[in-house]
Design a binder for this molecule. Structure first.
Ligand code: TYM
Length: 329
């Protein structure tokens, strides 16, 4: 059993990334004792939009440290940097030669991004799901823990794996997605009908894991809600309150039902205050650990060991794929 997932080091890591992805990695690391786990920093994916050299370098290292600070265990997980394994780019190209252009053009994330950005759209923004498919298929992953917004890309990965297998004989494991029960889609705190994202124009809508905790608590306190006063889950009519309940449930591990009961006679202000305090309890130890390891030898060593193991598996896969394609002397 293998598990693969990654996060882009484009900007600061958000509470959405933590609850939708990182927290699931930690959970699966504990639950699936037999599984081999590959978690990476998807630095090549960050190049789909302009990046400043120093900022990117810093974000790569920062994400590596944040993975460990959040609880990934060095001896349970192969932690590595995507660009250090050339087979990602190699298989990415093969996947570009497997996918059809309309399949890429249909991707919601691509459509959303080009709607916002009229000029300077790079080819890699379109071909990005092919590279993502390669990231997964290289390791013959069975399970891919991701948030809701990556579901469509995973579906495409499955299609490409099946297409390749049908044409060239059984080569790839067809992977399954793993989605959290709550927290799979954390919304913006200022516009709760939009996803919380790294590139939010209004910084009050997004909680960044490494921001000073008081700033984040204030963002919870000023989160947009509705003019009603009752606390219950209703995504359509009460997107703000539903989002806060989702965040609460994902942070605490209690169900939405339990929270509705607990807060049935409470005010919005009380819910927000409790949530702000819960956030502090979860995030503060992560930040403390982060600052301990960001410049440590441990971090470098972990990335070296991860790179070695990932490289071994990935180079085997790419050799097999080339052989099947007839790319041989
Ligand atoms: P990225 O970097 O945008 O996001 C990383 C992970 O965080 C999840 N996520 C969220 N979950 C809940 N609520 C949100 N508001 C939220 N925002 C982000 C994402 O679903 C994701 O799981 N293409 C991927 C990175 C990637 C990858 C892969 C993932 C590249 N190759 C192979 C898995 C397997 C991406 O851009 O995620």
């Amino acid at each position: 059993m293998r598990l693969v997932s990654g996060i882009q080091p484009s900007g600061n890591i958000t509470l959405g990334n933590y609850l939708g992805a990182i927290k699931q990695y930690i959970k699966l690391q504990e639950e699936l004792k037999e599984a081999e786990i590959f978690i990476f920093i998807a630095d090549l994916h960050a190049l789909t939009v302009p990046q400043e050299r120093q900022a990117l370098q810093k974000s790569i290292k920062s994400l590596a440290a944040l993975y460990l600070a959040s609880g990934l265990e060095r001896d349970r997980v192969n932690l590595f940097i995507q660009s250090e394994i050339p087979a990602h780019s190699q298989l990415g190209y093969i996947m570009e030669s497997t996918v059809y252009v309309p399949e890429l053009q249909r991707m919601t994330q691509y459509k959303d991004k080009i709607a916002k950005q009229k000029e300077g759209i790079k080819a890699s923004l379109l071909t990005y799901p092919a590279l993502m498919a390669a990231d997964i298929l290289l390791y013959n992953a069975d399970l891919v823990p991701i948030g809701d917004d990556q579901k469509q890309h995973l579906e495409l990965t499955r299609t490409l794996a099946e297409r390749f297998n049908n044409t060239y004989g059984n080569t790839f494991v067809v992977p399954k997605g793993y989605f959290p029960k709550t927290g799979a889609r954390i919304m913006s705190l200022t516009e709760p009908t939009k996803k919380m994202s790294k590139s939010e124009e209004n910084p009050k809508g997004t909680i960044y894991l490494l921001d000073p905790i008081n700033q984040s608590k204030n963002k919870i306190r000023s989160a947009v809600t509705d003019s009603d006063t009752k606390i219950y889950y209703d995504k359509k009519n009460k997107p703000g309150i539903s989002n806060l309940l989702d965040i609460y449930s994902a942070l605490k591990g209690s169900s939405i039902k339990e929270l509705e009961k607990q807060y049935q006679n409470s005010s919005y202000r009380e819910l927000k205050e409790d949530l702000a305090n819960l956030l502090e309890v979860v995030i503060t130890p992560i930040q403390e650990k982060y600052f301990q390891i960001i410049n440590s030898k441990e971090l470098t060593e972990t990335l070296n060991i991860g790179k070695e193991r990932a490289s071994l598996i990935a180079s085997r896969t790419i050799a097999k794929v080339y052989r099947k394609l007839g790319i041989l002397r």
